[in-house]
Design a protein around this ligand. Structure first.
Ligand code: SF4
Length: 503
């Protein structure tokens, strides 16, 4: 979408130059699709009487304006037509809506790029985690993770208590009051920017909490914008609870150039209330996330956090075992302002070891903004290696499989397939890569004597695997998650190696 193309307008920036009818057409299409996606009785109503169902919602649309968006075959045909140069018979509003979706996808990419930390050690570590997630979770799942630099909890626990909570939010205890903490808060925001750079602006103010549990959320939000120059995204499951407050927050966020906010819809009744209380135009930049039971088939939930307890009972509402599961979206710092804790975390596939779908590399406490700065810089120093060292063990992740055939080694994971060609004695190299017993320097020396491979070539190959996130960097899980025997067993897990016969 570009503002120079007369047919399309950007909808995530300043809307003052966008014609009202354009905004309304996209907002109303979005509203129709929200009801269509989340409410099966509405789908029945539409199939009975398409125009009547659209009129029920008070929308000025026709069935021709929504059909290419709800009928898979029509959507595919339209994509093919557009690739060939145009679709003259398709209503303009359909193209505008599709352009809006593209704009949101591209915004996600921009957020990821803007989230690159200034500290080169932290930046290199984050990029490795991005690469690891692609290979561990699969490209589709990984693409949705922005790897934000930080998240801040303004409460202890969450009042909503969703059964599927992917981060298993504990029961609500209390919030961190704004009054009396203003200086601490602003000082902490300055400390975050100093420690990790301007990318701190890509942070947000919730995690295993609902931001609207804090009655002063609006003040925290305004300070974040004032200090870091960006309005953080609000994600709440309480959008329907107090419509006037939701409206005020959306207006405040719009005044600070917020781009996208999100309301989780955990029950159909919430959808009705949100639709009744806020106009399509007010919700243009608010994604309604389908979390209600009726949406489960179209939008299954991650098998992470509290949802894991219901893996059998509600299996039809969760993604399958073969799909990567996590809702974690930061590779950076998770703060809780009540406990004054800061953790370095990064997403992973949820498992018995890491049921919350993220690794915790280290947890520190702080009692002042200066203490927060020291804690973060210390964690970067201790945990974020910029590159591979000669005495690092050559140990690949346990989900990596290696295949050797001829002079080629293939490194296989759920989401990636790396081919490393031109490797003398590839089978022996694969076995050593999978063995996990040598250091980088030892393997390079062995390759030089046994196969006449220059040491620099082996180092560069290993560095490539390290940068791609194939090395095992998994921290030791918290003591309560694993027995000592399990920790030892994990370390002993071999990488699967298979040797072919060609060549
Ligand atoms: S999913 Fe969100 S709203 Fe629901 S319990 Fe977890 S943190 Fe609270």
């Amino acid at each position: 979408v570009t503002t120079t193309n007369p047919q399309f307008h950007a909808l995530l920036g300043d809307l003052s130059g966008v014609p009202e009818h354009y905004i309304s057409a996209v907002a109303q299409t979005k509203r129709f699709l929200e009801r269509w996606t989340m409410d099966p009785s509405y789908r029945d109503r539409y199939l009975d009487d398409p125009q009547g169902a659209i009129d029920d919602l008070g929308l000025q649309l026709t069935p021709a304006q929504v059909e290419p968006l709800i009928d898979n075959a029509a959507a595919r045909a339209l994509t093919a037509l557009l690739k060939e140069g145009g679709a003259p018979d398709v209503p303009e509003s359909v193209l505008w809506y599709r352009a809006f979706i593209q704009e949101k996808v591209s915004h996600r990419g921009d957020s990821r790029t803007d989230g690159v930390p200034a500290d080169p050690r932290l930046a290199a570590w984050r990029q490795r985690q991005i690469n690891r997630c692609v290979s561990e979770l699969g490209a589709h799942k990984a693409d949705a993770i922005v790897h934000g630099p930080l998240a801040v909890e303004l409460a202890k626990g969450c009042t909503v208590g969703c059964w599927f909570c992917g981060v298993a939010a504990p029961k609500f205890e209390h919030t961190w009051p704004y009054q009396g903490n203003e200086e601490f808060w602003r000082g902490s925001l300055h400390a975050l920017r100093e420690a990790i750079g301007p990318c701190a602006r890509q942070g947000f103010l919730y995690w295993a909490t609902d931001p609207l549990d804090n009655p002063a959320y609006e003040s925290f939000l305004a300070d974040f914008h004032a200090v870091l120059g960006r309005c953080p995204q609000t994600t709440t499951a309480m959008g329907q609870k107090d419509i006037e407050r939701s409206r005020r927050i959306l207006r405040l966020a719009a005044s600070m150039d917020s781009v996208i906010d999100r309301f989780s819809i955990i029950a159909l009744n919430s959808l009705y209330k949100v639709h009744e209380g806020l106009s399509p135009e007010e919700l243009l930049r608010v994604e309604l996330v389908p979390q209600n039971r009726e949406s489960a088939e179209r939008a299954p939930k991650s098998n992470a956090g509290r949802a894991r307890r219901f893996a059998e009972k509600r299996s039809g509402e969760l993604v399958g075992e073969d799909t990567g599961s996590t809702i974690a979206c930061i590779s950076g710092f998770l703060l809780n302002m009540v406990d004054k804790t800061v953790r370095l975390i990064t997403p992973c596939n949820a498992s018995p070891r890491w049921p919350l779908g993220y690794w915790t590399l280290e947890t520190c406490t702080f009692d002042s903004p200066e203490g927060l700065f020291a804690a973060i810089t210390g964690m970067i120093e201790r945990n974020c290696r910029p590159h591979l060292r000669v005495d690092d063990p050559v140990r690949l992740r346990s989900d990596v499989r290696l295949e050797a055939e001829g002079a080629e080694i293939r490194v296989l994971t759920l989401g990636t397939r790396l081919r490393l060609g031109g490797q003398p004695d590839a089978a022996s190299l694969a076995e050593r890569l999978g063995g996990g017993e040598l250091t980088v320097g030892e393997l390079a020396a062995l390759r030089a004597t046994e196969s006449q491979v220059p040491m620099t070539d082996t180092m560069s190959l290993l560095d490539q695997l390290f940068t791609q996130g194939m090395f095992d960097e998994e921290p030791t899980p918290p003591a309560d998650a694993l027995t000592a025997a399990e920790v030892a067993a994990r370390r002993a897990e071999p990488v699967a190696v298979s040797i072919g016969s060609r060549g």
